[in-house]
Ligand binder design. Structure first.
Ligand code: RB5
Length: 146
């Protein structure tokens, strides 16, 4: 398990899936901090993504951000220094985002994938480590640009 604590965030379109994914974290005894504990139909994904991404960067944790597609969360989170947010839509993209990109935020689409797939994606993502080596050289080039 790569994470000790996970920062969770979702807008109205990701709220229901976020609630369901909490069970995966509990089953794996991973502590989490939910930054959007109540459903707000009028919320805007950038507000949540910035808040969560800053916390992940500051505390060097992992994060999970969910909106309708995962795209808005991903675009926003990647504006924050130190964040490598990845939109995963299957187990393979989840695995590779950790192995090759050392992704520290997983973005998911609450309206694009179902609960079963999301749970499989999350388990793979949490259980996969960065491969270092040539991948570290590439990730360092991103950090250097920041
Ligand atoms: C909200 O309707 C929707 O636009 C948002 O959840 C997200 O999918 C944006 O990328």
């Amino acid at each position: 398990m790569a994470a000790k604590k996970v920062i969770l965030g979702a807008d109205h379109a990701g709220f229901a899936l976020k609630e369901k994914l909490k069970q995966v974290l509990k089953d794996n005894e991973i502590a989490f901090d939910d930054l959007s504990p109540a459903l707000d139909e009028a919320d805007d994904y950038p507000d949540i993504a910035f808040k969560a991404a800053k916390k992940v960067a500051r505390e060097k944790n992992l994060g999970i951000l969910i909106c309708g597609t995962g795209i808005g969360m991903c675009i926003t989170a990647n504006k924050v220094k130190g964040i490598r947010a990845a939109l995963a839509y299957d187990e393979n993209t989840a695995r590779l985002s950790r192995q090759h990109n050392d992704a520290n935020i997983l973005c998911l689409g609450g309206r694009t994938i179902d609960e079963k797939l999301a749970k499989r994606i999350l388990k793979v993502w949490l259980n996969t480590r960065f491969l270092e080596g040539r991948h570290a050289r590439r990730v360092e080039k991103i950090s250097k640009y920041e």
